[in-house]
Ligand binder design. Structure first.
Ligand code: 5GP
Length: 232
């Protein structure tokens, strides 16, 4: 990463189980927040109906993905449900070097890889209000068979086990509220960065952000307990 003192954006890593609604939340937060953008990952999976190449993902063949991986072009990559997903290292560096803040919407394996690489990043995990609500949302989408829904829920159980490694935990109860909280996190982290340069007001906002996180623990524990219950 740049060490030149040139403008440098913040990196946010955002993960959530499938069906929580993370894409809607991130897109809305980006529309409302200047100088915040999200990465476009590369994937070997097929585009679904309505998805656009270069907008939702860069859709590429497995062979091309493997060639990029062999060429060390990914900051991180992961296999999810039999498909490969990766974040381009040069795209990430370009956005951050330009001074914009960047959200990587990636799974928990990807989050762990960024952490191991030692890149400074802010980690945000989005939970549903409960396990039951997640199950209901997955059914209401009418996209999957019962077996696929059960598989997504099993993956979700594994994913929430990683939550303690994240700096912030959001609950997507209503989209509006969740978007507002994500924007507040971005503001708090921007303030923290400014606080590092000695701005007392900004440092106070950053402290408030951390205090809110502490108060949330009581809300989060029962949600996590719902994921830990054995399958009925
Ligand atoms: P979907 O196929 O539903 O779009 O994505 C499946 C999972 O892969 C989601 O959890 C999504 O966040 C994650 N994902 C998307 N792009 C990347 C990426 O570049 N790296 C990693 N590690 N995960 C990704």
């Amino acid at each position: 990463m740049s060490s030149s003192g040139a403008p440098h954006g913040l990196l946010f890593v955002l993960s959530a189980p499938s069906g929580v609604g993370k894409t809607t939340v991130v897109e809305a937060a980006i529309r409302r927040t200047p100088r915040l953008t999200r990465s476009r990952s590369y994937t070997s999976r097929q585009a679904s109906d309505g998805e656009i190449d270069g907008v939702d993902y860069h859709f590429i063949t497995r062979e091309r993905f493997e060639a990029m991986r062999a060429g060390d072009q990914f900051l991180e990559w992961a296999e999810y449900s039999g498909n490969l997903y990766g974040t381009s290292q040069v795209d990430t560096e370009r956005v951050l070097a330009g001074g914009d803040d960047l959200v990587l919407v990636i799974d928990v394996q990807g989050g762990a890889k960024i952490r191991r690489r030692g890149w400074p990043a802010v980690y945000v995990f989005v939970l549903p209000p409960s396990f039951e609500v997640l199950e209901r949302r997955l059914r209401e989408r009418k996209r999957d068979t019962e077996a696929q829904i059960q598989r997504r829920l099993d993956v979700a159980r594994q994913e929430v086990a990683a939550v303690s490694a994240y700096d912030y935990i959001l609950i997507n109860d209503t989209v509006e509220e969740c978007v507002g909280t994500l924007q507040a996190i971005v503001q708090a982290e921007r303030a923290r960065r400014a606080g590092d340069t000695g701005d007392a007001h900004a440092a106070a906002i950053a402290r408030a952000g951390r205090a809110i996180r502490g108060a949330m623990e009581d809300v989060i524990a029962p949600i996590l307990a719902g994921f830990a219950r054995p399958r009925s």
